[in-house]
Design a protein around this ligand. Structure first.
Ligand SMILES: NC(=O)c1ccc[n+]([C@@H]2O[C@H](COP(=O)([O-])OP(=O)(O)OC[C@H]3O[C@@H](n4cnc5c(N)ncnc54)[C@H](OP(=O)(O)O)[C@@H]3O)[C@@H](O)[C@H]2O)c1
Length: 237
């Protein structure tokens, strides 16, 4: 929405649910007169990634915002291993393979290209009660940092966007002690992510509160940071 509204971009909308994509597509058309493409595809499957990459190639896309992600909430040993499988297949394996495909396509473009991956402040703090999710985001942050060095001079900028809690469906399902309090507005967060993509920022921590939390995560002892990061979660009885 922000890409179309503020920058006149013609996005390729990706997700698993075609109905949600079609709703967004018609909203973009009616509000901004923007023609967008939809690809109903699952990032965790080879076929899904191939179809996303094919559309990126076909439409000469020059920017990618990699935001697909899933979480798993609760005590580590209580969660089902199948939850961890699908989380890792989406956030780690699927993300890595799709990223590699897009980097490969973008390296062949004549114009400058940009990729922004949505990580999380949990990558910096560790996330007790969302531990595997936090670890998957730490993977994304580290991978992108390494790539940003490898790709210097290749015409492909890569960066991470590192939000704290955002007021979305994911947060609503995260069993947070204080509900929506302290969560960043989703539209505001999305606007800052799009700006980071357009300006090709290496790393963006959106909002003052998240900025302070990020600084604290770099300076305070790790175990203390982890304990503070656990506070918003309800403890098991
Ligand atoms: N909410 C937070 O507090 C928070 C904080 C920090 C970072 N983040 C990150 O922000 C990003 C967006 O999350 P959100 O809060 O908007 O979560 P959300 O409300 O659950 O939305 C997740 C989005 O990812 C898509 N998606 C999920 N799995 C997919 C798959 N396998 N293949 C393709 N698309 C898939 C979903 O579309 P479909 O369901 O149609 O597939 C949906 O559009 C994620 O990377 C998340 O980790 C969120």
């Amino acid at each position: 929405m922000c890409l179309a509204g503020s920058y006149g971009g013609k996005p390729i909308l990706v997700g698993r649910r075609m109905s949600a994509l079609l709703d967004l597509q018609s909203e973009l058309a009616s509000r901004f007169g923007v023609v967008s493409e939809v690809v109903a595809a699952d990032q965790s499957t080879e076929d899904g990634r191939a179809r996303i990459a094919a559309k990126v190639e076909e439409l000469d896309a020059i920017a990618a915002l990699l935001a697909a992600g899933v979480t798993s909430v609760g005590q580590f040993d209580v969660n089902k291993i199948s939850d961890y499988h699908s989380l890792i297949e989406t956030n780690v394996l699927g993300f890595t393979d799709l990223l590699a495909c897009i980097v490969n396509i973008f390296k062949r473009r004549r114009s400058e290209t940009a990729i922004l991956a949505i990580s999380s402040l949990g990558a910096e703090t560790s996330l007790p009660y969302q531990a595997v999710y936090g670890a998957s985001k730490a993977y994304i942050t580290t991978l992108i940092q390494a790539l940003s060095v490898e790709l210097r001079g290749a015409g492909v900028s890569v960066g991470t966007f590192v939000p704290g809690g955002i007021d979305t469906a994911m947060a609503a399902h995260s069993d947070l002690r204080w509900g929506r309090m302290g969560l960043m507005d989703a539209d505001r967060c999305a606007a800052l992510a799009v700006e980071a993509l357009v300006r090709q920022r290496r790393m963006t921590v959106p909002g003052l509160g998240n900025g302070l939390a990020y600084l604290a995560s770099r300076t305070l002892p790790r175990h203390l940071v982890g304990r503070v990061a656990a506070l918003p979660y309800r403890r098991p009885e």
